[in-house]
Design a protein around this ligand. Structure first.
Ligand code: ADP
Ligand code: MG
Length: 221
């Protein structure tokens, strides 16, 4: 690790799910850092805890134990509203159509993301950057898979986040579109952001500066 301060630090994260007598240990002491400019990819079989990990680091979920830091700010163990504010300010979250509001156009979705972060800015630049400006008036259900991914990325990038987090962002994309999305991730990292992606894709894995392998909630070498 270099001397620069990590954009994101996960310190011994645990996440237990309880349903009656059943207990699932989705994360069992996961620690890692993402540094500015670094693309970190989380790989692992289905059910290994990738989505749980990403939800905990973005503050969408609370770890049962351990701490998440965004730079020097603690993200975990805070009220939902505070986590939401920190997330809006510092993290772009991309998860296929999951970050698009169905009744808003593509541009409307980007604008919503800007408002949540208390920003007023043009949506043109970010839509142009991800190559979706020509579809800015379309609604999510009218978009192809590749367009959906680009619109989701535009929403994630709307506030120039220090940290970009994406759960299986290229899962349903053809290779050319996947390469395009990957290039945009790399470009954000090149501009100094930290990037964390959960993915099964060999192409995403190849684009990583660092790979985290998750098995049954534990990082394996
Ligand atoms: P992955 O993204 O790697 O497929 P997940 O993080 O979705 O893995 O799931 C990790 C484990 O936690 C799985 O055993 C899954 O069934 C369990 N799990 C995930 N979310 C919940 C939940 N809300 N309630 C109970 N168990 C859950
Ligand atoms: Mg998952």
């Amino acid at each position: 690790m270099s001397d620069s301060e990590a954009v994101l630090t996960a310190d011994r994260l645990y996440r237990f799910y309880r349903a009656g007598d059943e207990e699932t240990l989705a994360l069992r002491g996961v620690s890692f850092e993402v540094e500015p400019g670094q693309v970190v990819v989380v790989v692992g079989p289905s059910g290994s805890g990738k989505s749980t990990l990403l939800s905990c680091v973005t503050g969408l979920d609370e770890p049962s134990g351990g701490t998440v830091w965004l730079g020097s700010q603690r993200m975990s163990h805070r009220p939902d509203a505070q986590r939401a504010r920190l997330r809006a300010e510092a993290i772009g979250v991309m998860g296929q159509e999951r970050n698009l509001v169905a009744h808003l156009s593509v541009a409307g979705n980007v604008r919503l993301s800007q408002r949540l972060a208390g920003r007023r800015a043009s949506t043109d630049d970010v839509l142009e950057a991800v190559g979706i400006r020509h579809r800015q008036d379309a609604y999510p259900h009218e978009l192809s898979g590749g367009e959906t991914a680009r619109a989701g990325l535009a929403v994630a990038l709307a506030n120039h986040p220090r940290m970009l987090v994406a759960d299986e962002p290229t899962g349903e994309l053809d290779e050319a579109t996947e390469q395009r999305i990957l290039a945009l991730f790399k470009e954000r990292a090149g501009a100094g952001a930290g990037v964390l992606i959960a993915s099964h894709s060999p192409a995403v894995r190849r684009a990583a500066d660092h790979v985290l392998s998750l098995t049954d909630g534990v990082l394996t070498p």
